[in-house]
Design a protein around this ligand. Structure first.
Ligand code: HDD
Length: 729
């Protein structure tokens, strides 16, 4: 793995070929005069034109009309799914050439830096919904390559709910707010979603991922990405192999607790968007390695599952992920609407060297993405919107349409032509012209599902088996929460039946929480995705015993835990704080790339015991422990006395404990911790070993404390604390 080192000086957001091209369309009003849209200088932008000071406004006021009309038309339809999103610019750099398997130039040349624009999103919620919804996260990357744009439109989960695009509108209708009352917003915890899921056994594997901690990431910068479908690579000789794409974050894969997620949704619904923006703004550029799993064409039928089935992953134990390059996000957009809102991704945007497979979900997507941009962005010229333009020239005979920007010269807009030198010319494959992979097809035209898609449970079980104990508990809790919100008991009962086919213990625990019983003999669910004339027997889901019992890569427990870079640490302080211990710990955290904020009873400064002033970042009114990764209470008798009597400070600590975060206190400040609910659970000793296990450190030597605290923060969470649910925060 590549060494995790900063690319640029903090605060500097580098340009690339694409961001430079965007400059042509970027404007800055700083120091400029105000004009109408047509360039006429405006003398009064405060008052409309009236018939007398107290008279009616005149229709001739073109300045007012223009301003109001533009305002009235500011909104465009939000994306039907993935409406809520955050974007960033960056670059992709290849580690090693893949020229043996693909002729895609950006995957051949290790010298090229390919500009990218990435948009992360939630799926179900509206544009203004909370970032912390339990949901799949979209992970869409547009590579502006020298052969045109390649879009990898993936998610943070490696599989999908359904096998055929035909079911996508049903899935989305089921998860979106219910149509009679438009509730609930950005949540799958309601009857229509689970009604659909309980009748669609093929969704079981994906639902396990959705109920796991992957659905509540700590940060967009700390989640994996997946291309989901099996794609094809094609090399210069026209030979093909199969490929799955992965993104591996260099900060590790981390989540928050569900109770915390719900609180964050209230305290800061922009939590992920802000986190991404601030990290890039401060120069802590998020990085992912691009990984590929390559399967030779000859091995297409070697697996227990079908490579074309998007509800299946290829376990990394069977086909290792090769890390082939790194993406660094190093520039925030200048304008949310122009860039993040108007960017148009499409699974069908591929370049020579990459091709599709017959995955029926992928095939349907190939239609949907252009179609949706036509309504969302208003016509066929959305490729001319600056963020969507490739960095290479565009020439063809497509013409006109709403909002056409390009001024095509000449008489001809057809080919062949003799009046315009037969331009633009077609390109030979050897010169980079795209040719489709010549897959052999000899089949009847049928509406059907391949039997090789019918095992709906073995990978759901593999996923469950691969989870650590805390992750399994979170799954039980999430399912109990979601199904607990379902009003129709029959739906809950059906889901318990489905879960019993994944894992008997899981079903039993969820059933207990729901006050239900697991059916004595697990019933094979009916596959409702059958044609009207189909024989249900032919469509029966299969329970296949998978050969692999566990796959370490499916759990987040073994993720990278060696850095506190960009973690947010709260220091609780009041007047009289010991500035020396505070500053020692603060400096040590900053030196490791952490972010520190001082939280006090009021804004301004706290006057330390030595009369120095410490700037306050947030007051207890505006801060909340759910917005931080760890908390430290420095010494100073007066400060400690104030904090001990400050209910918000105690609540802050209780919550941090409940959410399994690292907590540190100066020896003097121990009494503040003793006022918390977890005072009885404070460890007896503070050896490295205990700190590493329990995540709590108390000590008089600030330098030593800082070292241990940093090690604890890097662990991210101490989930074992959840075994004793005794903190009422
Ligand atoms: Fe999709 C958006 C990812 C299946 C139809 N999808 C969209 C976005 C992502 C994905 C990340 C947001 C792009 C952005 O930020 O602008 N979608 C996926 C993945 C899928 C998937 C990983 C399964 C493997 N999608 C899927 C199917 C269909 C669609 C089966 C339709 C048949 N998706 C759309 C869409 C959207 C979209 C309606 C809404 C906005 C947009 O395209 O631009 O066309």
């Amino acid at each position: 793995m590549a060494k995790d080192k900063p690319t640029e000086k903090p605060g500097i957001q580098p340009e690339n070929e694409k961001t430079e091209a965007l400059q042509l369309h970027t404007t800055d009003a700083n120091g400029e005069l105000m004009t109408t849209d047509h360039g006429v200088r405006i003398n009064d932008d405060q008052n409309s034109l009236k018939a007398g000071e107290r008279g009616a406004t005149l229709l001739e006021d073109f300045i007012l009309r223009e301003k109001i009309t533009h305002f009235d038309h500011e909104r465009i339809p939000e994306r039907v799914v993935h409406a809520r999103g955050s974007g960033a610019h960056g670059v992709f750099k290849l580690y090693k050439s893949l020229d043996k398997v693909t002729k895609a130039a950006f995957l051949n040349d290790t010298e090229t830096e390919t500009p990218v624009f990435v948009r992360f999103s939630t799926v179900a919620g509206s544009k203004g919904s909370t970032d912390l919804a339990r949901d799949v996260r979209g992970f869409a990357v547009k590579f502006y390559t020298q052969q045109g744009n390649f879009d990898l439109v993936g998610n943070n989960m490696p599989i999908f709910f359904i096998q055929d695009a035909m079911k996508f509108p049903d899935l989305v209708h089921a998860v979106k707010p219910e149509p009679d009352n438009e509730m609930p917003q950005a949540a799958s915890a309601h009857d229509t979603f689970w009604d659909f899921i309980s009748l669609m056994p093929e969704s079981t594997h994906m639902v396990m991922w959705l109920m796991s901690d992957r659905a509540i990431p700590r940060s967009l910068r700390m989640m994996e990405g997946f291309g989901v479908h099996t794609f094809r690579f094609i090399n210069r000789n026209g030979e093909a192999c199969f490929v799955k794409f992965h993104w591996k974050p260099l900060l590790g894969v981390h989540s928050v607790a569900w109770d915390e997620a719900q609180n964050i949704s209230g305290k800061d619904p922009d939590f992920h968007r802000r986190d991404l923006w601030e990290a890039i703004d401060s120069g802590a550029f998020p990085e992912w390695e691009l990984g590929v799993q390559i399967v030779p064409e000859a091995d297409e039928f070697k697996f227990e599952f079908d490579l074309l089935d998007p509800t299946k992953l290829i376990p990394e134990e069977l086909v290792p992920v090769q890390r082939i390059g790194k993406m660094t996000l190093n520039r925030n957009p200048d304008n949310f609407f122009a860039e993040t809102e108007q960017v148009a991704f499409h699974v069908g945007h591929i370049v020579p060297g990459i091709d599709f497979t017959n995955d029926p979900l992928m095939q349907g997507r190939l239609f949907s993405y252009t179609d949706t941009q036509l309504i969302r962005l208003g016509g066929p010229n959305f490729h001319e919107i600056p963020i969507n333009r490739p960095v290479v020239p565009v020439h063809n005979n497509q013409r006109d349409g709403f909002m056409r920007q390009t001024i095509n010269k000449g008489k001809t807009s057809y080919g062949p032509n003799s009046l315009g030198n037969n331009a633009p010319q077609q390109v030979k494959a050897a010169d980079g012209g795209f040719t489709s992979y010549q897959e052999r097809i000899d089949a009847k035209k049928v509406r059907a599902r391949s039997k090789s898609f019918f095992d709906h449970f073995s990978q759901a079980t593999l996923f469950f088996n691969s989870q650590s104990d805390p992750e399994k508990k979170h799954l039980v809790d999430a399912l109990s929460f979601e199904l607990g919100k379902v009003k129709t008991v029959a739906i809950r009962q059906r889901m318990v039946g489905i879960l019993s086919l994944v894992d008997e213990g899981l079903a039993t625990e969820v059933a207990f929480a729901l006050g239900l019983k697991v059916p004595a003999k697990p019933q094979q669910p009916i596959n409702h995705s059958i044609p009207a004339d189909g024989d249900p027997g032919n469509y029966q889901p299969l329970k296949v015993e998978g050969k692999l019992n566990k796959s370490a890569a499916l759990s987040m427990a073994g993720t990278l835990k060696d850095t506190i870079k960009t973690r947010k640490i709260a220091i609780l302080a009041a007047d009289g704080v010991d500035a020396k211990t505070l500053n020692t710990v603060k400096s040590a955290i900053l030196a490791e790339g952490g972010v520190v904020q001082v939280i006090a009873p009021k804004l301004g400064v706290v006057v330390a015991a030595d009369k120095s002033e410490v700037a306050v970042d947030e007051s207890f009114l505006t801060a909340a422990s759910v917005l931080y990764d760890a908390v430290y209470v420095p010494g100073g008798l007066k400060s400690i006395a104030t904090l001990e009597a400050e209910a918000n400070a105690i609540h802050f600590l209780n919550e941090a404990f409940k959410h399994c975060k690292a907590i540190a206190a100066d020896d003097q400040a121990k009494q503040v911790l003793e006022s918390t609910y977890f005072s009885k659970k404070l460890p007896k000793d503070f050896s490295d070993e205990t700190v590493f296990k329990e995540g709590i450190v108390i000590g008089a030597d600030a330098a030593k404390l800082a070292k241990q605290f940093i090690k604890a923060i890097a662990q991210h969470r101490f989930w074992d604390r959840e075994k004793k649910r005794q903190v009422p925060a």
